[in-house]
Design a protein around this ligand. Structure first.
Ligand SMILES: C[S@@+](CC[C@H](N)C(=O)[O-])C[C@H]1O[C@@H](n2cnc3c(N)ncnc32)[C@H](O)[C@@H]1O
Ligand code: SF4
Length: 375
């Protein structure tokens, strides 16, 4: 691997970039003669103690965001000091180590991944693993605000699918949920993604009393646009309005039965590599997914781990046990040590999560925000 990629490096590019210019000069590291970094070598795959093969890494590339969704962030969030956030070069080194260890799918998330300065450098850099065939998919979860500018560049870097979060088609409700979001901009972003050739999946958090009157409209709209749609159960995360979350909790079994009254839903075997179960909406031909971490136990088939923007690896979204990979990254250039630290962490992947959302028995959730772990 070339030295410039491996040099421990204090983040200097982790600013909230705000609107990006597609032409921003990337902190491009020199490549070797073949234009590629030397591979780490063949590595045995990552298998956890429950014989699950770890093939999916979700990476939060920033804790910052241009929105303040009520279930995710408080309005006066305090963000991490820049020195604690991995530089883009460190993220590349770490993600590449996972790819060499058999991770086939990488999803960049956040915070809002597309507001990180020079983030397209990282997409292009990781895109080399698609070209080599080591990686099957490089993808992103975004609030859509930067897609009008970045959709074409994402496609050029090898991204083919994007998840865009949108809970409502009502601009006023959208403002109430996201606080700082611009509805028209997100709509524009989805159109830009479509034009760029990206397949769009819409993620909507189901919120009782907020968007429960819109589920049919969302299915109809997504169908007409050619978007797949996934509903997500609201989760108690961090210390953000736990009581309100309990009040808004709307089990997706109920959402699905309501939808089944109007739409013909056929369960399909499709798997996205995540915990969603999918149905086909016969009338629209689009997929409809339900992510039910609270009512459906998907842990047996969990193939994923999550990395925060500070290099902390969480082996389970709902548990607090973690491994500090930044310490290894910044202490040594030896990728052997990095690989050993990753392997050790995987031996600690728990059998399952611990979320409970129950009025009578109280609520137990993860103590960190979704924007830190990466949703
Ligand atoms: C944390 S965001 C990060 C990526 C990007 N900013 C976005 O909004 O798509 C990822 C996903 O987590 C979801 N999310 C955030 N907080 C949540 C919560 N408390 N319960 C369920 N989903 C949540 C968001 O709706 C979004 O779809
Ligand atoms: S859900 Fe995404 S867009 Fe909303 S505040 Fe969290 S990170 Fe930002």
């Amino acid at each position: 691997m070339d030295e410039s990629v491996r040099t421990p490096h204090v983040a200097n590019d982790a600013d909230f970039a705000g609107p990006q210019t597609g032409a921003a000069a990337p902190p491009e590291a020199p490549l070797d003669a073949a234009g590629m970094p030397a591979p780490l070598g063949r590595e045995a795959p990552l298998i956890d103690p429950f014989q699950r093969r770890i093939s999916y890494l979700r990476v939060s590339v920033t804790d910052r965001c241009d929105f303040r969704c009520v279930y995710c962030m408080s309005e006066d969030m305090t963000f991490l000091p820049k020195r604690e956030v991995l530089s883009l070069e460190e993220l590349d080194r770490l993600c590449s180590a996972f790819v060499h260890l058999g991770v086939r799918k990488l999803r960049l998330t956040g915070g809002e991944p597309l507001v990180r300065r020079n983030i397209m450098w990282l997409f292009r850099r990781l895109g080399r693993h698609l070209e080599s065939g080591e990686l099957d998919e490089l993808t992103v979860t975004t609030n859509g605000s930067q897609l009008p500018k970045l959709a074409d560049e994402l496609y050029a870097a090898g991204v083919r699918r994007v998840n865009v979060s949108l809970d409502t088609l009502d601009p006023d409700k959208f403002t109430a949920i996201t606080r700082w979001g611009k509805f028209d901009r997100v709509m524009e972003g989805m159109e830009a993604a479509k034009r760029a050739g990206l397949k769009v999946k819409v993620n909507a958090v189901a919120l009782k009393g907020v968007n429960d009157d819109e589920v049919h409209r969302l299915v109809e709209w997504a169908g007409a646009e050619g978007f797949d749609l996934t509903f997500i159960e609201v989760m108690p995360m961090g210390d953000i309005g736990t009581e309100q979350r309990i009040g808004q909790y709307w089990p997706l079994t109920l959402v699905r039965s309501e939808l089944a009254e109007r739409w013909t839903l056929e369960e399909i075997a499709y798997k996205s590599g995540g915990p969603a179960r999918y149905w086909q909406v016969v009338e629209t031909g689009q997929k409809l997914g339900f992510i039910t971490p609270l009512t459906h136990n998907f842990c047996e088939s969990c193939n994923r781990v999550r990395l925060t923007c500070t290099g902390t690896l969480y082996m389970c979204l709902g548990q607090d046990d973690a491994a500090d990979l930044r310490e290894v990254l910044r202490r040594t250039d030896d990728d052997g040590e990095l690989v050993a630290a990753i392997r050790e962490a995987i031996t600690r992947k728990p059998k399952g999560h611990d979320f409970v959302i129950d009025r009578r028995r109280g609520t137990r959730g993860a103590s960190r925000h979704m924007s830190v772990t990466g949703g």
